[in-house]
Design a protein around this ligand. Structure first.
Ligand SMILES: Cc1cc2nc3c(=O)[nH]c(=O)nc-3n(C[C@H](O)[C@H](O)[C@H](O)COP(=O)(O)OP(=O)(O)OC[C@H]3O[C@@H](n4cnc5c(N)ncnc54)[C@H](O)[C@@H]3O)c2cc1C
Length: 323
């Protein structure tokens, strides 16, 4: 059952931030995750501040230096079908298109997708786990086939977003605004793992919202892709996924960013795999070496060792495909 909520629907960012400054107030964009969290008693009731009428959060626009600004309220469907994103930032377009179902992509926004809560069935179920202030992670000795193989640090959730990894691979930044603050940070430093703080998944402070994502211009020779493996053909979260962005100069990799999804509490940089590719032409041997470097330090739980091989396979397929 939904707890008691009070609903505000301001038309200006200034008013929205004023409402959000009240203790416990929460931003609501498409509501596809938030309402589930309220029903599942992960979040308490209180004031929901709808962002849906804030025009400044809605647009996709060109940046003066050549990149793109994507407002936080842009829906996943809009991102997936945007011709410029598809052409210049393929990984993002593919990530947005792979998320959830058509209905959810029409309603769910980029801001909500990046800020959604984890899907661990113990966290979402009636278990008083570590993340909810309890004293244990039930996944450690429980049903852990969908959990983390890196970065667990006591809590083994996986980060659920299919747009986060592509955006980090594309070096995106995030604009954050609060009633009295405004800052722009690398998306890479937005997400918070359990080793830093068990109770939250990102660095937003109470009262702050994400206003937009800024993606730098796509350099010459940049190719990117997102590959996701899921149990069902649609409407499912990633068992594992990889966003790969490679810049090729004269047939060799001059820049590589590889970010994994579905395998760690935060989008997971495969730094060793990136290193293994730099300065090399992409062929089967280099690709294999990079994929093996990526999985070297994986620490699977009892039931999710299959993810290690899955990541290796996904990386071989995507890197070779881009080459
Ligand atoms: C059945 C199902 C399957 C799904 N499958 C996938 C999948 O395969 N891949 C995937 O990536 N996602 C998946 N999702 C998640 C879905 O994509 C998200 O629910 C959606 O993107 C959230 O967007 P929203 O606008 O509805 O967010 P809301 O539900 O409105 O908000 C979600 C959270 O983000 C916060 N928030 C929203 N906007 C902002 C903002 N601008 N600034 C600060 N905080 C904000 C809210 O306070 C809330 O905590 C699935 C969801 C469901 C229900």
């Amino acid at each position: 059952m939904l707890p008691q909520i009070y609903y505000q629907r301001p038309t200006t960012a200034r008013n929205a931030l004023k409402f959000l400054a009240a203790p416990g107030a929460q931003a609501c964009a498409g509501g596809t995750d938030l309402l589930g969290c309220l029903r599942e008693e992960i979040l308490p009731g209180g004031t929901l501040v709808s962002l849906s009428r804030l025009k400044e959060l809605q647009e996709i626009s060109e940046l003066p230096e050549g990149g793109l600004r994507i407002g936080a309220l842009t829906t996943l469907a809009e991102i997936a079908s945007h011709a410029g994103i598809r052409q210049r930032y393929a990984a993002l377009s593919q990530g947005a298109a792979s998320a959830a179902s058509p209905q959810l992509r029409n309603q769910g926004t980029l801001g909500g997708n990046l800020c959604q809560r984890p899907r661990c069935w113990y966290f979402r179920g009636g278990f008083h786990c570590l993340r909810k202030g309890g004293n244990q992670c039930y996944a450690v000795a429980g049903e852990n086939e969908y959990h983390a193989i890196w970065g667990g640090a006591g809590c083994y959730i996986v980060h659920p977003s299919d747009t986060a990894s592509p955006l980090i691979a594309l070096k995106a930044r995030m604009q954050i605004v609060g009633a009295k603050t405004e800052r722009t940070i690398d998306l890479d430093s937005f997400f918070v793992g359990p080793a830093t703080d068990l109770t939250r998944e990102n660095v937003l402070k109470p009262g702050e919202i994400m206003a937009a994502i800024l993606i730098p211009p796509s350099p010459k020779g940049l190719r990117s892709t997102y590959r996701k493996v899921q149990c069902r053909g649609a409407w499912d979260f990633a068992l594992a996924g990889a966003a790969v962005a490679l810049q090729l100069t004269e047939g060799k990799v001059s820049q590589a960013r590889i970010v994994l999804s579905g395998v760690a509490p935060v989008p997971w940089r495969a730094a060793e795999a990136e290193k293994a590719l730099i300065g090399k032409a992409i062929d089967a041997a280099t690709t294999r070496e990079a994929a093996l470097a990526a999985i070297k330090n994986a620490e699977p739980l009892e039931k999710n060792a299959y993810k290690v091989e899955l990541v290796r396979g996904i990386l071989e397929e995507t890197i070779l495909g881009l080459g």
